[in-house]
Design a protein around this ligand. Structure first.
Ligand SMILES: Cc1ncc(COP(=O)(O)O)c(C=O)c1O
Length: 751
């Protein structure tokens, strides 16, 4: 019998025959055929190597001999009819190949086991109910109570749990070491250590393990190295080529590739000498539980797999279902195509994220600043996979907004699906952890883990752009507004519920004396819904903006220019009313940023000097209520309202806004207007097209004066709105809007 199990030379040069022969030894192949029917290549002939992509479609399977089915049949059966008692006994004794009971083996599952063994370059495999079951099976096969494991600290959380918390209950302890700490790994090995365990690319930290070096350390100590290659699959790396002894996969991920099943698998390289090691009595001494079989003696190459099946699968029972195996086999047929596409898409996504100012950092081993960059280039030349993480600015809230706004990326706890997946650990799996605990676990509040799928890359990038726009809300937005922090002070700007998009132009609306952004509500909403960013600022000390009231138009102009310089937009348009117009003029004269140019300036209800009647200034100082009344009277041509917006009485609204101003605001603002002498000089410095919009009946900033100003600049023109006074954007909102629409569209660079 033993002779039958000897494998021809060149076992790694897979021919279908060597494969099937090897696997018949472990358990029978799919068809339960007798080995004599296998067409073996002559042992002395030149071994041929069937290539990876062909093995992915054929290894372990021949067309069904009974019906000729080309696809792998699903043998959904618990057990198998014995031909006679002798055959039954021989099956149970492992005297002949065949299947007795599906917990031990199944023809469909066998195809998967053979196929993954072929792709990895191992001697065989054992399919399990899940990746976790595979890890458990390996450990319980190799170890007893009192054994010890050295494991990478950067492994999947579930694997970490079993090692850290569960196995110690059964006397198996683990020392965790950073996979980058090679000396630490060596030093952690104890006399009772039986395994070194890590992941090729760690989940979620993306640390790459130096497989050849760690394998050498393991072998120097007579212990095997087991590697979880779930993220990489045999398409990106065959860990056996780098000295690894056992490979494990969660087949749930890329092997299956479609997020349809839970499964796992162990593959043995068949090179580790259990006997020479002297540390694995389980494999090298007689096992009472199975006819006193000494597995190492049965097969030095597959002792581990034999015991895992004959003991672990049999007794713990975490086998893979045949239907699951079918789905995994289907997935593996396209492994290369999918993995290449996953890698391509991932690279483009990473490139895209690198350009975003909403991202704090990207953890991907293909980036030169990654600590394992060179190692990844060496071990993973085809790519470092499709799972990586990055950190959004704006912490937990940004992460939550980002993931919730994505439509193509599914928000869930899995990786390795053909579909793109995303998870924000701080608001899901790690929800209960404090900021500090998260950092200790190698995660930040804004960290996002992503598994990039094989969709059209343009759709993925568009989806991500949307997510990033949403995430910005957390950094700067509160509801319909934006918080802009300048010099440590938080200022407020209305955005009409639209987050700024760097690819759009931004219209900055500036209010006048003792007002706030609400005076521009109608116009700013229109533009927000027609493709512009809106920044309806509240001046310092006004309404929701913090900071002191600024005493001069020059100070306010400088402040506005700084706000523009830190705000998003591919270009700016400035629109100001009354005092706000003076501020815009001053800011426009100073503005020099050519990357975000100022495309236009609109000055509404404007003239300079903006002389304030002495009685108004007095009232503003001594009796603000009186000042409010005067301004409301003088601002409106029609004191009875009559504006075309039902339910909106503009004098009443403005009166109420002024009354809400902080103490001193009316006087400070009016005084600043009154003192401003630099209007003419400022207008000369403005280099963008300028529009004056005047109310024909304006008593506060007389239209006649505005005509004179506009006439002094080649770049300026004036438009006069009939039947309205100083508060023209609320008295005649549509007319003002129409003027703005036309002017901004003419001088914009928007598509
Ligand atoms: C790297 C890695 N290994 C193992 C597992 C466990 O696999 P399963 O969920 O199939 O038990 C996972 C699951 O996420 C994983 O990411």
């Amino acid at each position: 019998m033993l002779a039958l199990f000897l494998l021809p030379d060149g076992i790694h040069a897979y021919t279908g025959a060597t494969l099937i022969l090897a696997c018949h030894f472990l358990r029978p192949g799919q068809n339960g055929t007798n080995t004599s029917t296998i067409q073996m290549r002559p042992v002395m002939g030149q071994p041929t190597k069937t290539r990876f992509d062909t093995l992915a479609l054929h290894a372990g399977q021949k067309p069904d001999p009974v019906h000729g089915a080309r696809a792998v049949p699903i043998y959904q059966t618990a057990s198998y009819v014995f031909k006679d008692s002798d055959q039954a006994a021989s099956l149970f004794n492992m005297e002949r190949p065949g299947h007795a009971y599906s917990r031990l083996s199944n023809p469909t599952t066998a195809v998967f086991e053979e196929r993954i063994a072929a792709l990895e370059g191992g001697v065989g495999g054992i399919a399990t109910a899940s990746g976790q079951a595979a890890l458990h099976l390996a450990i319980t096969t190799l170890m007893d109570g009192g054994s010890h494991i050295v494991a990478s600290s950067a492994i999947y959380g579930g694997s970490h749990n079993i090692l850290q918390y569960t196995l110690p209950r059964f006397g198996i302890e683990t020392t965790f070491v950073s996979p980058r700490d090679i000396d630490g790994i060596r030093n952690a090995i104890q006399p009772n250590t039986r395994l070194i365990f890590g992941e090729v690319v760690g989940n979620p930290g993306n640390d790459v393990m130096n497989l050849p070096v760690v394998a050498q350390i393991a072998h120097e100590h007579g212990i095997p190295l087991m590697i979880d290659s779930t993220f990489t699959t045999p398409h990106l790396i065959q860990p056996f080529d780098h000295g690894v002894d056992i490979v494990m996969h969660s087949a749930t991920k890329f092997l299956c590739g479609h997020g349809t099943v839970i499964g796992g698998v162990l593959v043995d390289r068949g090179q580790f000498s259990w006997e020479n090691s002297g540390k694995f009595e389980n494999l090298s001494s007689p096992y009472k539980g199975f006819h006193n079989m000494s597995f190492d003696e049965e097969s030095s190459q597959a002792a581990f797999l034999l015991r895992a099946r004959r003991e672990g699968l049999r007794d713990f029972g975490a086998c893979m279902s045949p239907t699951t195996a079918f789905y995994v086999i289907q997935g593996m047929e396209t492994l290369s195509l999918r993995m290449d596409r996953h890698v391509q898409n991932t690279r483009k996504v990473v490139e895209f994220l690198l350009k975003s100012d909403a991202i704090e950092g990207i953890n991907f081993p293909e980036l030169p600043d990654h600590p394992d960059y060179h190692l990844a280039q060496q071990l993973l030349p085809k790519g470092a996979g499709a799972v990586f993480s990055f950190t959004l600015k704006g912490g937990r809230e940004a992460g939550r907004l980002f993931t919730e706004s994505l439509e193509i990326f599914s928000h869930l706890a899995n990786v390795g699906d053909a579909k793109s997946l995303v998870i924000h650990p701080a608001s899901t799996t790690h929800y209960r952890m404090s900021k500090d605990d998260l950092v200790a676990a190698g995660i930040n509040e804004g960290t996002i883990r992503m598994s990039v799928g094989i969709e059209d890359i343009d759709d993925l990038l568009e989806d991500l752009s949307k997510g990033i726009r949403q995430s910005r809300k957390a950094t700067k937005y509160e509801g319909t507004s934006m918080k802009i922090t300048l010099g440590g002070i938080d200022y407020y700007a209305y955005t009409a519920s639209h987050e700024p998009d760097p690819s759009l132009e931004t219209i900055v609306f500036v209010h006048g004396t003792a007002m706030d952004h609400t005076v521009w509500a109608l116009q700013s909403r229109y533009f927000a819904y027609h493709g512009y960013n809106i920044l309806g600022v509240n001046l310092p000390g006004h309404n929701l903006s913090n900071g002191d009231l600024l005493p001069t138009i020059e100070d306010l102009g400088e402040w506005l220019e700084q706000i523009m310089s830190i705000s998003v937009g591919k270009a700016f348009h400035l629109v100001g009313h009354s005092m706000g117009a003076l501020i815009c003029l001053q800011a426009a004269a100073r503005y020099k940023n050519i990357e975000k140019p100022l495309n236009s300036l609109t000055l509404v209800g404007f003239s300079y000097p903006m002389a304030v009647a002495p009685q108004l200034l007095d009232a503003a100082k001594n009796n603000p209520n009186e000042a409010y009344s005067m301004m409301t009277q003088w601002s409106h041509a029609s004191k009875t309202g009559g504006e075309p917006n039902p339910g909106f009485w503009s004098p009443g609204m403005q009166m109420s806004m002024m009354k809400n101003s902080p103490e001193g605001a009316v006087f400070t603002d009016l005084n600043a207007c009154n003192d401003y002498q630099a209007g003419e000089a400022a207008l000369e410095k403005v280099t963008c097209p300028t529009l004056f919009i005047s109310g024909r009946l304006d008593k506060m900033a007389p239209a006649k004066l505005a005509v004179v100003h506009a006439g002094k600049s080649d770049l300026a023109k004036i438009t006069m709105i009939p039947n309205c006074g100083h508060a023209l954007m609320s008295e005649q909102p549509d007319s003002v809007l129409n003027e703005l629409k036309q002017f901004i569209a003419t001088h914009g660079s928007q598509q």
